[in-house]
Design a protein around this ligand. Sequence first.
Ligand code: NAI
Ligand code: MG
Length: 497
Amino acid sequence: MTVAPPSPAEAARAQAIAWIGQAPKRLLIGGQWVDAVSGKTFETLNPATEQLLCRVAEAEQADVDAAVAAARKAFEAPSWSAMSPHSRTRALLRIADKVEAHIPELAAIESLDNGMPLWYATAAATACADIFRYYAGWCSKVLGTTIPSDGSTLIYTLREPLGVCGQIIPWNVPVLMASIKFANALCCGNTVVLKPAELACLTSIRLAELIQETDLPPGVINVLPGFGPTAGAALAQHLGVDKIAFTGSTAVGKQVVRDATSNLKKVTLELGGKAPNVVFADADLDKAIATAVKTFCGNSGQVCSAGTRLFVQESIHDEVAERVASEAATWKAGDPFAADTKLGPLISARQRDRVWSYIGAGQESGAALRLGGKAWNGPGYFVEPTVFDNVKNGMKIAQEEIFGPVLSIIPFKDEDDAVLQGNETTYGLSAAVWTRDVSRAHKVVKALKAGRLWINTFGEADPAMAFGGYKQSGWGREFGAESIEAYTQAKSVMVRL
Ligand code: NAI
Ligand code: MG
């Protein structure tokens, strides 16, 4: 009898499970994998099965102190501070190659720990290699300026690294978040203490192991799994940290700002969103509808830039609502490793209950429930695609970040009405407009108050395009030239000739 070889998905899953089953997952401090000072550990679960994957060392204040000291030592050491920009480029390219060689494994670990479908995790892990390459190119292009003077002086600026960067990331796309944070900080010559989210920290640990294999000097990256109010707050408050970069909820972002006043460390924030996705009657509806569904269902809606408010011109509202609902109904939920699964579970029981409470609020507020609203039968924190139409922009479901596969379809009259309603939100992370009228497209993107805009697409990313929020969606930018400023500081110098 011959046994069929495992499919690539099965092989990746087996590899991920073997890694998860190995020795305890610990903290990375100064190039060593160590237990927490307290000896404490916490559980990480598979949200698709609700079963324990493994236990992870739990960092607290004492571990943060040790990691910050290690990061400071690495920052001052000539092995990192005096490294030539070209060597730094090569170091980041080696990381990119490592990541690329481990995409299936990283994707499978992510899928087990976060619950996202393997196809989604694979796309995210693939993007990570490109992000390291993008930042590798920047190492030799962090330029200062020369400033015009009368000839009796020479005035110039240097762009220098900030120092030790604390980075706190969420659980929604962890391997991508960790890669963005590491690559941006390292290309500018900083060192890092990264705190992954307690709900999905395993790919950050695996990524750090892979980076260790590339001979980066010890202490340049440190990784501290742990909880927000303990490890996260200790990092945000720490007097030895020069910058804190936070991605997560707006409420915690505000707390991070308060904590950062301890030493006025620099702060950048990538926070929530409630993106308007505006469809005019003249748009290519096939593309607009497929993309509208992908953006609110992708990663089960646990995406800060998701297009969760679909503004549809009145004359096509009913047709679009109908077609969006039938397309969303094809987003089959189930085993994240199955080839036909499009939708994974939410990250936790708490997140599922939170999303359910919004679905209830939508029904109470009188919005029309066109799809979804049925409880999931079986294990896993699943919520199926849920579509409300004829929503009023002032309703709670249209104003608050739900972080689940829940869409509000909102009718609008004309260009001015779309812009007015689109901007009626405390957030401003992303937005899109669908129309074949090129002048209208550019007028509307100019009028929408958000950091990243799309015309006739949604959610596509390029590391060269800055990402970040207007209003309460954040401070500063990641990606693009703007992100180099966010990880450096200017020093100006005058020479009397
Ligand atoms: P959260 O903001 O609590 O978690 C994000 C990260 O912040 C985690 O690493 C967490 O440990 C850390 N953290 C929590 N409290 C902290 C504190 N006091 N100091 C420093 N770090 C702290 O998000 P949560 O509670 O997991 O999700 C709740 C909602 O937040 C979601 O429903 C969603 O609306 C929003 N969210 C938005 C994200 C985004 O990318 N914009 C990502 C995750 C959540
Ligand atoms: Mg988990």
